[in-house]
Design a binder for this molecule. Structure first.
Ligand SMILES: Nc1ncnc2c1ncn2[C@@H]1O[C@H](COP(=O)(O)OP(=O)(O)O)[C@@H](O)[C@H]1O
Ligand SMILES: [Mg+2]
Length: 509
């Protein structure tokens, strides 16, 4: 945007970044200053008004103007009227959101200085069993009405995740590799143990950073989840499950967890770093993949999903952006935020969750989902890798749901009959009929994989496709703010605040 300078009537070009989760609108002098050298940080909760303004007598009529009332009055301008309108909408929404969160915290939690009480209230209603700290119970928080909760969810069509809890019973997952706070070497980790290098990706509850462990100089990916947002959006249970699945899982194609720890404000997972980025990134670069490439990725994906199923975990969020590429080009399935444990044969999970474009028909029809929904998910990924877009994609969510329920599958141009046949079978609307649901070998024996040695796949003896990507390529997210990210560890004064029980973990591997 352009900014009207304080004294002159002159407009100067500036670079702005709004981050509603951090509650800030940040002004940079130039784009190159981003993210380390902000000129001004405007707190969104201090915004009193935003409106589109008519160009006054003295203003250049080529521009569209925005007036922002905060601690002082700002006038911004955009060359494009639509961009100006968008900024107004975003600023208003950001201000409402920031105020909402701020008030909630002021009213309820800051009084007791303990967010865990909010969480306890939430989990009482949903009967999810999360053990929080043992502090004596304080006053409870009034519930956020579901209508407002929905407002808090991001309203993006397509790939962004949605969730709607039905209050299922969580069950304990398989034994952990190590639930200790220290490993055999007596090692303890905290926020201070790491140096943040850059942002790798971002999601609904926080960002993923590339970090270096200060003592060993080893590189990891660190996923930070903001407790406040998790609690406000009733998502803490999912984060705890994500941790439990990661702690228990041990498979070549599943992302490995090295440490998890918490500070008063964030939960952290320290994970294998995947320099190859995620498959959605490569898909965007290449348009689509060749059949041989798809065979390789889908074969590794099948083994990772079958592994999770063997542990009675359903994954529920299969999509290219959750499939990461390690330094050698093999996949690592990531993001267990929507996984569900204790899913023994025939059990169905009732929550409505996932990412709209990737939902199975049984999810859209709210019939409950089991392991078969992940098989459908493999089909969706396979389709997208071959075709370049998800099978029933539409610009708006209702149409997409309608398509998932009823529309005819759009044929993919130029693929073999074997590929076509497998993708069609995986996307069968009847869960029972998908290959590998009744007998997992049916999937491994599919003609599309003819000649493939599954032992070779599992033991990484097959050479991965070359994706034309080197570690030096910059895949930094444009909206990142690594330079601005700060946190503090627990200390003597705050040691009882917001602790999520049994979260800390140090791997022995
Ligand atoms: N271990 C990792 N190595 C490299 N990039 C990662 C790693 N983990 C996550 N990312 C990037 O961050 C994005 C978001 O991470 P994810 O765990 O899927 O979070 P969310 O639950 O918010 O979707 C991923 O799509 C990926 O691009
Ligand atoms: Mg994700």
């Amino acid at each position: 945007m352009f900014k009207k300078s304080n004294l002159l009537l002159q407009l100067v070009k500036r670079y702005f970044v709004m981050d509603s989760n951090q509650g800030t609108l940040i002004r940079y002098h130039t784009k190159q200053d981003y993210p380390d050298k902000p000129k001004e940080i405007i707190p969104l909760n201090k915004i009193q008004g935003v409106r589109r303004m008519h160009a006054g007598l003295f203003y250049d009529k080529e521009f569209s103007y925005i007036e922002l009332l905060c601690q002082k009055r700002y006038i911004f301008a955009c060359r494009n009227v639509h961009v100006a309108n968008k900024w107004v909408v975003y600023l208003v929404q950001g201000a409402i959101y920031a105020n909402y969160v701020e008030n909630l915290l002021k009213e309820e939690s800051l009084r007791s200085q303990d967010l865990s009480q909010i969480a306890l209230t939430y989990f009482d209603q949903t009967s999810d069993e999360i053990e929080l700290n043992d502090d004596e119970p304080g006053e409870s928080l009034r519930n956020i009405p579901p209508s407002e909760q929905n407002q808090l969810l991001e309203q993006n069509p397509g790939s962004h995740r949605i969730e709607e809890s039905k209050g299922e019973d969580e069950e304990e997952f398989v034994p952990r590799r190590s639930a200790e706070k220290k490993n055999l070497r007596g090692e303890k980790v905290c926020f201070e143990s790491f140096k943040i290098l850059k942002v790798l990706g971002s999601g609904a509850f926080g960002k993923v950073y590339k970090v270096e462990k200060k003592d060993t100089k080893k590189i990891y990916a660190m996923k930070a989840l903001k407790k406040r947002n998790l609690i406000l959006k009733n998502h803490l249970g999912y984060a705890v499950t994500e941790g439990n699945v990661l702690k228990a899982a041990n498979h070549p194609f599943v992302l490995g967890l090295h440490y998890s720890f918490q500070t008063p404000f964030y939960l952290y997972f320290v994970l294998d770093y995947c320099p190859g980025g995620d498959l959605s990134f490569h898909l965007a670069n290449k348009g689509c993949f060749s059949e041989d490439e798809v065979r390789f990725f889908i074969a590794e994906l099948i083994l990772s999903v079958q592994y999770l199923h063997s542990k009675d975990v359903i994954y529920r969020d299969l999509k290219p952006e959750n499939i990461l590429i390690d330094e050698y080009g093999h996949i690592k399935l990531a993001d267990f935020g929507l996984s569900k444990v204790g899913m023994t044969e025939g059990r169905l999970a009732r929550s409505f969750c996932g990412s709209p474009a990737y939902l199975s028909p049984e999810m859209v029809n709210r019939k409950g989902v089991g392991k078969a929904a992940d098989i459908y998910g493999i089909g969706v990924v396979m389709y997208e890798l071959l075709a370049g877009e998800s099978p029933y994609f539409a610009e708006d969510i209702p149409t997409m749901y309608q398509n998932i329920k009823k529309a005819k599958l759009k044929p993919i141009k130029g693929i073999s009959s074997k590929a076509k046949s497998l993708v069609t079978k995986l996307l069968n609307r009847n869960p029972e009929k998908r290959p590998g649901v009744k007998n997992k070998n049916d999937l491994l024996k599919d003609p599309f994989f003819k000649g493939l040695d599954w032992d070779d796949i599992l033991n990484k003896r097959i050479r991965p496709p070359r994706l034309g990507y080197s570690e030096d390529d910059d895949i930094e997210m444009p909206m990142s703010s690594a330079g601005l990210f700060q946190d503090v560890d627990y200390n003597e004064k705050n040691r009882n605040i917001n602790r999520v029980k049994n979260f800390t973990f140090v791997s022995n591997i």
